[in-house]
Write a protein that binds this ligand. Structure first.
Ligand code: SF4
Length: 142
């Protein structure tokens, strides 16, 4: 998850997780599978009204940001496990992209912001299917 300084200050519980600086923003990493957002309780967000921008974007994920030639390039994708992904993609517009750019402009007021859609590669998209095929060839059960 990518958050800005204001969100980091406001949402103090995030400091329980590993935080890495990513340019002018902060990346919150969940390292262990059992780790989860400290605001998540009984499957619900306890801070829903004040959740960070990145949570509001879901199922869009800002996977990585880079600074190149004075430009900020943010790579985004759709979380393929979201059950509403087809519907969401159908209503996602240029205006939504503009909102994402605006959020980045707050952190980088003097930089050009470029959003780049990152499609999962064939292997990543079909990872589970491939595992099953390999298991069936080599006789292992998954
Ligand atoms: S929506 Fe709430 S519980 Fe989920 S990651 Fe964001 S702050 Fe955490």
């Amino acid at each position: 998850m990518l958050i800005n300084r204001e969100e980091l200050n406001r949402l103090g519980k995030f400091s329980e997780l590993k935080i890495e600086k990513e340019g002018h923003l902060y990346r919150i990493a969940v390292i262990h599978e059992e780790d989860h957002c400290p605001y998540l309780e009984d499957g619900r967000c306890t801070n829903y009204e004040l959740r960070p921008f990145d949570c509001r974007l879901y199922p869009v994920i800002i996977e990585e940001t880079k600074e190149t030639n004075g430009k900020i390039i943010a790579f985004y994708k759709f979380h393929r496990r979201c059950p509403q992904i087809k519907f969401f993609k159908s209503i996602f517009t240029k205006r939504d992209l503009e909102k994402i750019k605006e959020w980045f402009r707050e952190a980088y007021p003097d930089k050009e912001i470029k959003l780049v859609y990152r499609r999962d590669g064939f292997i990543k998209r079909n990872f589970i299917r491939l595992k099953r095929i390999i298991a069936s060839i080599f006789g292992r059960a998954y």
